[in-house]
Design a binder for this molecule. Structure first.
Ligand code: ZN
Length: 302
């Protein structure tokens, strides 16, 4: 369960547009030493740094926004999900604009970039937060709970008032392979009926059929249809993985979500941090698990 921290082997670069701003943005991911975590750097604002942490979570409507000292970065969740899904703990992310590029609306392009860079293990342990008492948050008819368990799993259920979004559910057991196969390709989605209202509020200016699944009254409007039959619930799991990574360390527990979104995901991170009696930290030096992991690490380096 305990493993060593990881970063990228070399820096990687991509460009795209922001889903909400519609503006072009360039992004460079750079290797970072153990203990750095995930840190965004706004190169257009004199190198202002915004670490991916609960303390910097500023807004959660339609996307997760981080903010520190008036510098912000929007729509971080799919990139954070790719990093978390592939167990990349330390990276510096340079952006010359205020929003992570949406790419194709999924985590697939980020996964490919990370695969191109390669992954570098670091000789420092990654602490893990193990839930030992149930933690629960709710908001109207949305619920999110984490139950104590020996391994992490996610049970997600959605039930929206739309013919294509009725009762989708999925059980997900995280691993790098499962992330690649089961959730990384799932795209963000939206209702055509909402697009005008979103754009009137300055949102979704960059949205198109190239970066989102668009839902009409009873059909998908994208010419090539869906990537998975249940792409919607898979994308919700992707968002949850990205949002929960703002804890700064992996969680061990059985995560049960019903219609959760960015707001409730952020509430769960806040609740965990404010109830330390509900979890224990693994990965402190001196226990046998650590000794075994160190041995495995050295063996893997030979
Ligand atoms: Zn999303």
């Amino acid at each position: 369960m305990i493993r060593f921290q990881r970063t990228l082997k070399k820096q990687i670069h991509c460009k795209g547009i922001g889903l909400h701003t519609g503006l072009p943005v360039q992004m460079t991911l750079k290797p970072a030493p153990a203990g750095t975590g995930v840190v965004f750097v706004r190169t257009d604002l004199g190198g202002a740094e915004i670490s991916a942490s609960a303390a910097n979570t500023a807004a959660t409507s339609f996307a997760t926004t981080l903010c520190r000292n008036n510098a912000s970065v929007k729509t971080v969740e799919h990139l954070l999900a790719a990093l978390s899904g592939l167990n990349i703990d330390n990276v510096t992310i340079e952006l010359d604009g205020e929003e992570v590029p949406i790419m194709d609306g999924s985590a697939r392009p980020f996964v490919r970039l990370i695969a191109d860079a390669g992954i570098q293990p670091l000789e420092a342990l990654q602490p893990v937060l193990k839930v030992i008492k149930p933690v629960f948050v709710r908001e109207g008819n949305k619920q999110l709970a984490i139950w104590p368990a020996e391994a992490t799993s996610i049970s997600y259920f959605i039930d929206f008032n739309h013919p294509l979004l009725k009762e989708q559910s999925l059980q997900y057991q995280p691993s790098e392979e499962a992330f690649l196969r089961e959730v990384s390709d799932a795209r963000t989605f939206g209702f055509m009926s909402d697009v005008k209202a979103l754009q009137a509020n300055g949102l979704a200016k960059g949205a198109s059929l190239d970066n989102a699944v668009a839902l009409g009254e009873d059909s998908v409007l994208n010419k090539d249809g869906l990537r998975y039959r249940d792409e919607f619930v898979r994308h919700k799991i992707l968002d949850l993985i990205g949002d929960l990574s703002l804890l700064g360390m992996p969680v061990i527990g059985h995560i049960v979500a019903h219609k959760s979104g960015h707001g409730l995901n952020a509430q769960m991170v806040g609740k965990l941090l404010s109830t330390p009696q509900s979890w224990m930290l693994l990965g402190s030096t001196g226990n046998t698990e650590v000794a075994e992991t160190k041995q495995q690490f050295r063996h893997a380096q030979l």
